[in-house]
Structure formats: C-alpha cells, structure tokens
Design a binder for this molecule. Structure first.
Ligand code: GLN
Length: 284
C-alpha cells in the first residue's frame, strides 16, 4: 500500500469510529509506529509502506477504535512541546492543562523574577512541574503524588526532559508533612464528582486512574484539603494555580473565600471554559 492511501485508510477507519480529530490521530500513528512524518506524507505519498509496520498500525487502529486513547497505546503523550511517558497510574495529560502553564508563566512577566521553588500537588506524570522547570532555569521543584507508580513515571520524565537535578518526586497525601514553603504551588487535582465518573467517555473511564479523577461526592474534596494547608505551604507573595472542572468556578471560588484565600483571577481554556484558579497569597 502507498503512504497516501494508508493515511486516507487510517483516517477513514477512525472517522467511522467517530473519533474527533482523525487526521491528527492518523499522523500520530504513522509517526509513532512507522517514523513517518507529516512532511513524508505530503512529499512522498507514492512511497510503498512495508508490510511489517502495516500490521502493527492495523493492530493500533483496532485498539483505538475499541476506545483506547493513542497515548495509552503508545505509553506517551506530548504536553507543552515535551514528551511524557504515561502509565496506568498517571492521568493522561490534557491540552486543557496547558492553560495552567500559560497562566503561571504570565504571572511572572520579565523582568519580574520567576519563582525559585515550586510544589506540584498530585503530580501524576509530572507534566506540570517538569514543563515549568523547563521554562525557568533557576527554579527547582517538588512533586507529590499518592501513587508510588506515578512517582516512578514522573522521575523518568524528569530525567528524559533534563530537569532531574532540579526536581524531586515523593509519595504523600497532598501537603501533609511538608515542612517547607514554596513560591509557587500548582495542582491538577481529581475534581470529578464520583457519580459523574460513570458518564464520562470510555477513553477516560476505562483508561485514566480513578485516583486522578475522583473528587468525592461533590468533586471538591481535594480543594478542601489543599486550601486548608495552603497558608503553611505558600511563601508570602507566593502564587498558586489550580485546575478546575468547567462548571466549578463558583464553588471553588467560594471554597477559597471560606478558607480566607484570595482568588486573583480565573483563567479560561481554549474552549472558553473557566479552567484555572489563580491565587495570590498577599503583599510582600
Ligand atoms: N480533565 C480531566 C477530565 O475531564 C479530569 C482531570 C481531573 O480530575 N483533574 O477528564
């Protein structure tokens, strides 16, 4: 089969399974499984593809059509232009979470000094902390997660993205037992109300770890816990950024106010949904 035919064939199969962005996914399959780039597809469409990758690609497509995300099939996901390994114990990093990275970077416009110390609560694959460390050369950070397996994955990602010397990942229960204060705290905690989980897509329900999704009866348990610890973890003049669900702006802001935490801004994602709550700890 020729490359251009293969590309169209993959797109048609994915489209038939109602996958949202079939052309993008077809390109990821070709790139990851057969090292065929987008420019190969455009410039070298007549090339005949060898039978061996074809078989593998067919297998990947069947799994994808059955509801497994490509990131789970390949065990990796691009986030903030970096490559992250993921595992069954880590949430699959979402483009929505890049809103948090953008918001944090925007809070320290040059020539303002970027934060020196960063804490990531519920770090998962480590994608938030590692992306921020890749932007700020002088910063160092700690990532906490309940899952020892997630910690191992995050450590590998810190090595592959060249920030291992400025990061450490440890198991823990949110901020409990941490006796250091940080300039910046970030978190994408589990925020799905538990009765909602069964209504999510099968990609999420069957492949993201429940620990990374389940926010308790109203989805707010993690924020309650983190907000109660925030003043002992954040330096004066420090900032915190929390991802929230699209319908949680009012409830998370209320919870923050009840905990005497000052919400500076709520940032919206590319779809226009409220996605990140920015907190400022007070005047220096
Ligand atoms: N954004 C994820 C989803 O909607 C949930 C992530 C989370 O709970 N932090 O599937």
């Amino acid at each position: 089969m020729q490359l251009s035919q293969l590309y169209s064939h993959i797109i048609a199969q994915l489209e038939g399974a109602h996958i949202d962005v079939p052309d993008l996914e077809a390109r990821i399959i070709l790139e990851t499984r057969a090292q065929i780039s987008w420019s190969d597809i455009i410039a070298d469409g007549d090339r005949v593809v060898a039978p061996e990758p074809l078989k593998l690609i067919e297998g990947d497509m069947q799994r994808r059509i059955a509801g497994e995300p490509l990131s789970r099939i390949y065990g990796q996901r691009e986030f903030w232009g970096l490559n992250f390994e993921i595992s069954p114990d880590t949430l699959d990093p979402r483009p929505d979470t890049e809103t948090l990275i953008e918001a944090a970077l925007k809070a320290y416009p040059a020539p303002e000094t970027p934060p020196k110390t960063i804490l990531d609560l519920g770090a998962g694959s480590g994608c938030i902390l590692i992306s921020l460390l890749s932007e700020w050369d002088e910063a160092s950070g700690v990532g906490i997660d309940k899952s020892p397996e997630a910690i191992k994955t995050a450590q590998k990602n810190a090595i592959s993205n060249n920030v291992a010397d400025r990061s450490s990942f440890k198991t823990g229960d949110w901020g409990r037992g941490i006796d250091q204060k940080f300039d910046l705290i970030v978190s994408n905690p589990p925020y799905i109300a538990n009765q909602i989980i069964k209504t999510l897509s099968k990609e999420v329900q069957n492949h993201d770890p429940i620990l990374a999704l389940d926010g308790g009866n109203d989805g707010l348990d993690a924020y309650r816990q983190i907000f109660s610890e925030l003043s002992s973890l954040l330096n004066v003049g420090g900032r915190a950024f929390f991802e929230i669900g699209f319908d949680q702006e009012a409830s998370v802001v209320r919870l923050a106010e009840e905990s005497r935490i000052r919400v500076k801004h709520v940032h919206h994602d590319l779809a226009g949904q409220p996605r990140v709550v920015e907190i400022y700890s007070g005047d220096k």
